[in-house]
Design a protein around this ligand. Structure first.
Ligand code: MLT
Length: 422
């Protein structure tokens, strides 16, 4: 018999031998193998899941994909390589990468009927529901790759999704700003192609800025997976009913749309804009946060899992500096964000509560500088998260012990009532 502490609560591990002295990872593996469902304020309604894709040590601020530290992947790899790694478990050789990217390039076009599908949405449609609808609609266009238990079909739907999501995302953006769509240019890389389809115009040359393309590629890597977050568990849950990959990922996109998940960087930007617009003093703002004044919150700080600096935030901060320098933008909001971070991190209030900047703190500033409107922020998140969703769906489907998902319910209502005519 042993006990662990979860979110400050003691949890007795009855009938579990010898967990004392075990590492967090060992304990989490053991709990997962037992199919333990934890029920506490932090993880209410979450069944534990075993996975070999992404490892996070929130106390140490460590994030690894398939064992590789995120810092190394962000520096040395491309998003295409990381996608391959997450989905297949190994980094690709040069030949494997070439085959993978060539296959993807063959599938970047959208069926003309699917292209017309975009015309049916209102002129001011938010690109995120357009994205999820179009991904769901892929099930109707590609009926030859829907069987989750046919490996060839899974490979085909994986490649189709990786290839088409950037095109769908760019079309959803063009639709939202009332501009004409561009066909993909397959002589370009994945990120370059997406930038051109988003910001270019038909029959006009478009010069891709390599610094921006590299920065966006890196941001996609940093968002590529984050173990059992809300959208990923949605993808797994929907997929556990044997819904096909397109349907499951479409559900994940809708889950990411929520302001508490993908929309958090928009909230950071709005907070910075408000501070700037109203000329608020940063120290005073931080004091008001500490006093818990209604409506005054430090957005982009703290994370359910990280009790340390979110390793992604440190990398995003560096990228923000590079992008703004490249574009010659002197953004007051970036200065404000840095000041906020400095003041907060030297304040006991934040230190004791282990509140550090998370991945959302600087990303909105970069996307804005690149020219993306706030409505595109979650779409960019979805582009990055796609390989993680695919990898997690495939891992779940391939595990013969997977049952249909069904979070445990603790009933809190009446047990029995007499019927009364009103
Ligand atoms: C994510 O990247 O999905 C977010 O940090 C949220 C989470 O991990 O729960």
């Amino acid at each position: 018999q042993a006990a662990i502490e979860v979110d400050g609560q003691r949890l007795d591990l009855k009938y579990v031998p010898a967990t004392e002295g075990a590492s967090g990872l060992e304990i989490s593996k053991l709990l997962g193998s037992l199919g333990v469902i934890t029920l506490d304020s932090g993880f209410t309604n979450t069944g534990s899941t075993t996975s070999a894709i992404t490892y996070i040590d929130g106390d140490a601020g460590i994030l690894r994909y398939r064992g590789y530290p995120i810092e190394q992947l962000a520096e040395k790899s491309t998003f295409a390589e990381v996608s391959y790694l997450l989905i297949n478990g190994e980094l690709p050789t040069a030949d494997q990468l070439n085959t993978f990217t060539s296959r993807i390039k063959r599938h970047t076009m959208l069926h003309e009927d699917l292209k017309r599908f975009f015309d049916g949405f209102p002129r001011d449609a938010h690109p995120m529901p357009v994205l999820s609808s179009a991904v769901s609609a892929l099930s109707t266009f590609y009926q030859d790759s829907l069987d989750p238990f046919n490996q060839e079909q899974v490979e085909l739907s994986t490649v189709r999704l990786l290839a088409k999501l950037p095109t769908v995302a760019a079309y959803a953006y063009k639709k939202s700003v009332g501009q004409p769509y561009l066909y993909p240019d397959n002589s370009l890389g994945l990120v370059e192609n997406f930038l051109r389809m988003s910001f270019g115009f038909p029959a006009e040359p478009y010069e891709v800025n390599p610094v921006l393309a590299k920065a966006l590629d890196q941001l996609l890597i940093l968002h590529a997976d984050h173990e059992q977050n809300c959208s990923t568990s949605t993808v797994r849950l929907v997929g556990s009913s044997h819904a096909n990959l397109f349907a499951s990922v479409s559900a994940g996109i809708n889950s990411l749309f929520g302001p508490l998940h993908g929309g958090a960087n928009q909230a950071v930007l709005e907070m910075l804009e408000k501070i700037d617009r109203e000329g608020l003093d940063i120290k005073e703002f931080v004091t008001r946060v500490k006093n818990r004044e209604p409506g005054v919150r430090l957005m982009g700080f703290g994370h359910r899992v990280y009790k340390n600096y979110d390793p992604r935030a440190a990398l995003v901060k560096k990228t923000a500096d590079q992008v703004l320098t490249e574009l010659g933008v002197n953004d007051r909001l970036l200065d404000l964000a840095k000041q906020l971070e400095e003041i907060a991190l030297s304040d006991d209030y934040f230190i004791e509560r282990k509140l550090y900047p998370n991945v959302d703190f600087y990303t909105g500033l970069i996307y804005k500088a690149m020219g993306f409107p706030t409505r595109m922020f979650t779409v960019l998140f979805a582009l990055g998260r796609l390989p993680g969703w695919i990898a997690q769906w495939r891992e779940m489907i391939q595990d013969p012990s997977t049952k249909i998902g069904r979070p445990r319910q603790v009933y809190t209502g009446y047990t029995e009532r007499d019927y009364v005519d009103l």
